[in-house]
Design a protein around this ligand. Structure first.
Ligand code: GLY
Length: 342
């Protein structure tokens, strides 16, 4: 975790870390949002031709998007000691990380995540990738960024919806770690995500993820715990894409956690009253989304989950807060009943 810097002075830190790199060797990848709202703050003095600006949105997370990055690096004769700074949300850090991990067999990258979701999850842990053939993250690498600079000053301008989207991953980390952290999250003030207290919560959340990643960087076992809530969550997101519903990642994961906690009650002895409290808390924060109304359809989508390697659907389930068990297979009737709890 010592390559992850938590700060309210992201620009100063970044410049300090790069002070021995020639400005012509530094490249900056952004989308138009991070260019307009965050670039100036970094005060990065690099040639204009070293800036790569993409349109915002998931559709840029593609081989075409990566090609644009490689083209700029190659046209500028970038060397192996070049550094790619990825400034933006998860699309930019996933894609930039992938581009950097392949260019000349790997150049360094520094992630400067600007959304809560990317600060908590996407920018740390070394998963990089792009979507391909209609499938999310189908092509990618495990490649740890040289540094991640987490500055929650960027979060002050996010909408409440974007904040909640990232907060769902913090809730997941709370459930995977311990009751104290979970209780802190239950009483957090989400109107001040740019403050120093919230930075401490981000630090705790990233520490939960980092400890798991350190144990299992390439997701052979325990890292699957980080998919808690996501088996159902990804199915909800797929429905949202197919039906053009306005559901963000956090809404889907939040409701996914309700269903997967219910499975935990049924199969692992997770406390029923605690489950009900958590369910009310989540329901109070996240608007119920239409994508959850068809359990049969969600079940069919879950059968395609990458983690399944046994007949049935693979889940991470909890015995209690902080005690998780990966690779738990559930069958049709159990899953349908859990989906009805949402
Ligand atoms: N987002 C889950 C992981 O990084 O493993």
């Amino acid at each position: 975790m010592n390559n992850i810097i938590f700060t309210r002075e992201g620009g100063v830190k970044l410049n300090g870390l790069l002070k021995n790199v020639a400005s012509s060797d530094i490249y900056l990848l952004m989308d138009t949002h991070s260019r307009d709202y965050c670039m100036e703050y970094l005060q990065l003095d690099i040639p204009a031709c070293n800036r790569i600006v993409l349109m915002p949105g998931e559709h840029c997370k593609s081989l075409e998007g990566v090609k644009k990055v490689w083209q700029v690096l190659s046209d500028n004769c970038a060397r192996r000691n070049a550094v790619l700074v990825n400034l933006g949300g998860g699309v930019i850090t996933d894609m930039g990380g992938f581009a950097a991990s392949c260019f000349k067999r790997g150049i360094a990258c520094v992630n400067v995540p600007t959304t809560l979701l990317s600060q908590i999850d996407a920018s740390v842990g070394g998963k990089t990738g792009v979507n391909f053939n209609g499938l999310k993250n189908e092509i990618g690498t495990f490649s740890i960024p040289r540094y991640v600079i987490i500055d929650n000053g960027f979060l002050s301008t996010l909408s409440q919806r974007q904040v909640l989207s990232g907060f769902a991953e913090m809730l997941k980390h709370g459930l995977l770690s311990n009751v104290d952290y979970w209780n802190e999250l239950m009483s957090v003030d989400l109107s001040d995500v740019g403050g120093t207290e919230f930075l401490e919560l981000i630090r705790k959340s990233v520490a939960v993820k980092s400890a798991i990643v350190q144990e299992d960087p390439c997701e052979k076992g325990v890292r699957r715990a980080l998919n808690f809530g996501h088996t159902v969550g990804h199915a909800i997101e797929s429905v949202a894409i197919d039906d053009d519903l306005d559901i963000c990642h956090g809404d889907a994961v939040a409701y996914g956690m309700i269903a997967e906690l219910y499975l935990s009650v049924k199969k692992m002895g997770f406390d029923l009253e605690l489950y009900k409290n958590i369910r009310s808390f989540i329901r109070g924060l996240y608007p119920r989304c239409m994508g959850v109304d068809n359990p049969e359809r969600l079940y069919q989508l879950m059968l395609h989950d990458k983690k399944n390697d046994y007949p049935g659907v693979n889940f991470t389930l909890l015995q209690s807060i902080g005690k998780f068990v990966v690779n738990q297979y559930c069958v049709y009737d159990e899953i349908i009943e859990a989906l009805k709890q949402i």
